[in-house]
Write a protein of this length. Sequence first.
Length: 378
Amino acid sequence: MSSSIFFSLGNSIANCYLMRQHYSSQVCTRLHDLFADPRIHNLLRLITYNNPTVVHKPRFKKLLRNNIQMLSDKELKTIQQLSLTFTNQRLQMPPVLAERVETTVGGGIVSRDPKLQGLLPGNYKLVFTDISPDRNARDRLIIVREPDGVLRHATTSERNRMNTIYFPLPGRQLRIPMMFQGRYLQDMLDRGQYLYVLDRACNQFEPDDPQYLRVCHSVYEHINQRAWTPIHSEDQELPANPLRALRHTRHYGPLALYLIANLNSCGGLVYEALSCQHYARLGWLLRLIVLLKPSSPFAVSLKESQLNLPPPDEIDVSTLMSKQSDLSLTSEDTQNILSYTQLFIDREPMGDSHKRLLTQHVEACREGLAVHNEQATG
């Protein structure tokens, strides 16, 4: 009786694990399809804060002397163009890919040689690697001889290990660092080291590695828990808002995609853009929400109005200069963005406290805009 109970319990746990793995794979595939959409991809890049001063701000202060140079107008334009190119390069988003399937390149078993059984210790394997420099890491010929005499092609994990040994990449370690495991990862997230974890994950893993997806999704979900932290707070005991800390990095687009499309949590993103009065980013964010959640109450109401939400999203990101907040928006465009934001607040399901907070920010923005218009006309 007891053995049957344990057998049934084991089957239930295994089924739950397989269902979770299948659900995770479906989520990754769906996010990949959305990320590959050109319009969505462009909007994800547009909502990223593109201020070179902030993007290139050093994380660690160095005691260096200021280097002041006199430049001609031509040299200044050249430097500005190089700065813009470098900024766009630093803000290039990591690809959002579907989770890879553990397969063997080449078709599995090559041959079986029972006569070789026993020549190697039971825990030893011989690995033969083609180290030709013109070979790609994905299709490089790697063969494994098992202790029982089986000769087979290497699995994906074995392939990654051998590629790391023969062709090491900067920042990639042979063994997975402990910081990506269990309580160590949780401790770093609790301390708000999101950018460090995401950058290290990009160095350590391939973008379709299940470990990479697990780490990134854990970071995104932890950020979602703190998305409503006050943006401008003088209280040192309160943690900083992670959205403000990541909005000028390459990770902001994939983060926004995961929050909106998978967690159905877009209020924090709207709160960050609204509280900082980045109206262009706010307009693009509302467009993105409509594309990712076409059946949401806000998207349905916006489609029924048949009005175009400013600013346009057909902007080439590579030519967008410096700050989106400085994008030429008329007073009418800004008022329309605030009106659509209020429509989002009224339609989208959110907590009452979050609705009140967003409404207060909308009213404050309208009052500030009215004062600005009076000063401009007076």
